[in-house]
Design a protein around this ligand. Sequence first.
Ligand code: F6P
Length: 541
Amino acid sequence: MTPRAQALDMLRAVARKDADARIVHHFATDPGRLERMGVEAAGLYLDLSKQAWSAEGFEAAIDLARACDVEGRRAALFGGEAVNNTEGRAVLHPALRAADDADFRALGEPVSKEVAETRRAMARFAADIGSGAETGGTKQPFQAIVHIGIGGSDLGPRLLWDALRPLEPTIDLRFVANIDPRDMAEALAGLDPETTLVVVVSKTFTTQETLANAELAKAWLANSLSPKRMARHLVGVTAAPEKAEAFGCGRTFGFRDWVGGRYSLWSAVSLSVAVALGWDVFERVLDGARAMDQHFLEVDLERNAPVLLALAQVFNVEGLGRHARTVAPYAHGLRRLSAFLQQLEMESNGKRVKRDGAPVDTATGPIVFGEPGTNGQHAFFQQIHQGPQVIPAEFVVVAHTSEAAADAGEGDAPLWSNALAQAQALMLGKTGAEARAEMLAAGVEEAEADRLAPHRAFPGNRPSTTILMDALTPEAVGALLALYEHKTFVEGVIQDINSFDQWGVELGKVLAKAILRDVAAGAPSEGLDPSTAELMKRLMV
Ligand code: F6P
């Protein structure tokens, strides 16, 4: 038996015991619990003490991380080895937020100089647009940016903008992802082509949705601008610059194949956000992520925030069979966090084979879903509290919803008190006897109190993690997203899967093209399954 298999067995055995224990009992019997399970990292505080693990369960999880060689795999990632083994690529998003004089190497090739050059070019571009030195084809300053991209070329930059945008931005930044033309129509509404910059973001520059939207934007620009002038309005961000140039982009900003799409927000993929927020703000996002990189690299597994966050999930999924997790950011600016995490975690770890191609021997990525608090409380939280399945929760809580609020000393207690109360209610619950006593005290008849008590009881003992941020500053947002990236990586290491490919999205893309060929031919092709053929006929009206 390998050390990993042994450690997995141990974790499962301890989890079986912990499944029957109450979290509150762990607090009562283990005075060091909060200190052991509360960690600080890059300005964030993580409280994992409301998870279902006992001290023994926690130790078993750390042992598992060690047996899976998380430390060795982490060194391989930062060392630029071919961690993405199905595509033979390094995975070096930390290089994108490293200091200018860093020396990262992808498969042995130095990359840091090029990263720094791209950053300088982005900073210049952002400054020139801000000052009006960079203008459109008719010499007017840019007032709006339309950012076109999907998946990793959309979710990260959109989240940054939502989290950090000023209330009255000087640049009107809009995002378009969906191939539904309505998305583009809404984005372009009210904009003037002569003062609008279109940034087309696609690592491959082959993505159907992005290219279709880029064509729509180009046609919109062409109504007002000659082809020569139009080039000043079209910027490409891609790992395939020749394709962006062929499309008509007057400027391109590059990144390399060692940047995965869902890990790319630190690169030129966030150009439009860096322009609209200002370069200094974007640099602070990178600083926050770099601080989390340092923490992940340097701190022992027992106190390592991404490692512990990953282990809590492994304990829930593998140990306790809890195959979903809800993420509730209590900050309007983080309202798209669960969408971002769905791609980050489910595209990375939604895998059924291990790195060597053999079937997985653990459960892999759980279903991630969520809504910002407090909205989610008035929707699906009923099921989290009283449904028969246990769904672990993750609360991301801010003391101040913006840097301005922090500077003004304005706390947001009505918001965060709800998060704390939810986590408390999930853990404590309420027995039927307590519910009954409350009703009797309120004057309810005994028979009625007996009838209602089961409905008004909460099982409790439902696990949660709380992540605290002082304020929604650029550094804190950068640290939070880097925390989740490393957490996702650690889970992949424990599951022994490649977190950095996404072959599962390919088949649908190929079949969509085949369906479009049938549509062009006017009929479903011979041999198509009857259900798809019938649906196609009904849609081809
Ligand atoms: O289809 C999935 C995917 O490849 C994601 O991994 C990626 O983030 C997205 O499509 C967009 O890809 P691109 O940046 O190449 O347009």
